[in-house]
Design a protein around this ligand. Structure first.
Ligand SMILES: *[C@@H]1O[C@H](CO)[C@@H](O)[C@H](O)[C@H]1NC(C)=O
Ligand SMILES: *[C@@H]1O[C@H](CO)[C@@H](O)[C@H](O)[C@H]1NC(C)=O
Ligand SMILES: *[C@@H]1O[C@H](CO)[C@@H](O)[C@H](O)[C@H]1NC(C)=O
Length: 181
């Protein structure tokens, strides 16, 4: 029983780290980078951007990356840009929720698809539900698997957020668990 409790505690500690350091850095286009040959739609498809994440644009010295408004983005109009970079390695922090638009300062490249719009979501909302990682180990760990209290963690809600409230909730849950044992 002590071993199982230890597994749960370690799981919860790891979970705490996951909550407090969940910001991601995305290299746009991965290894292909910010390039005319990169299929940016495909790259973006399976990604979810959250406040606190960072986009890194890596590109040739002849290219550039410009942040623009929606209208300019749609028409590849380079007259009215918010900001352009041409240092070849540009980090853009996504600091607030909303939609942001980027294209290559070379208009022809923009027309050819070298453009990216991202929807940045608030970092406070729950996005997933999954069992705690410690549970499978507890199940394979010994002969006391039919003890119902070791099953309890699987009902805990997994949340990818920076919300302290949920972390405190988990600590409370841990307290209850210790009290039960
Ligand atoms: C959540 O967003 C706020 C700004 O709205 C930011 O200060 C904070 O660092 C973000 N938290 C995480 C974990 O990214
Ligand atoms: C580009 O935008 C500017 C101002 O936003 C506008 O004056 C100009 O007509 C636009 N150019 C084209 C080709 O749409
Ligand atoms: C790009 O810049 C980041 C820091 O902003 C740095 O960590 C990284 O090594 C740089 N990459 C290249 C290829 O220069």
């Amino acid at each position: 029983m002590g071993k199982q409790l230890a597994v749960v505690v370690i799981g919860l500690i790891a979970f705490g780290f996951a909550i407090t350091s969940n910001a991601s850095t995305y290299v746009v286009g991965d290894n292909s980078g910010w390039d005319i040959s990169t299929n940016l739609d495909t790259w973006e498809q399976d990604k979810k951007f959250i406040v606190g994440d960072v986009l890194v644009f890596q590109y040739a010295s002849t290219d550039s990356v410009c942040e623009v408004g929606q209208q300019s983005f749609q028409t590849c109009n380079t007259t009215n840009v918010i900001k352009c970079f041409s240092d070849g390695n540009t980090s853009i922090p996504l600091t607030s929720p909303g939609e942001r638009y980027f294209f290559c300062g070379n208009r022809l490249y923009c027309y050819s698809g070298m453009k990216l719009d991202v929807i940045v979501e608030r970092n406070q909302s729950a996005v997933a539900e999954a069992p705690l990682s410690g549970v499978p180990e507890a199940e394979s760990g010994g002969s006391k698997n039919n003890n119902p209290s070791t099953v309890v963690p699987s009902t805990a809600v997994f949340v990818r957020v920076g919300s302290d409230a949920i972390f405190l909730g988990l600590l409370g849950f841990l307290g209850i668990l210790i009290w039960i044992f």
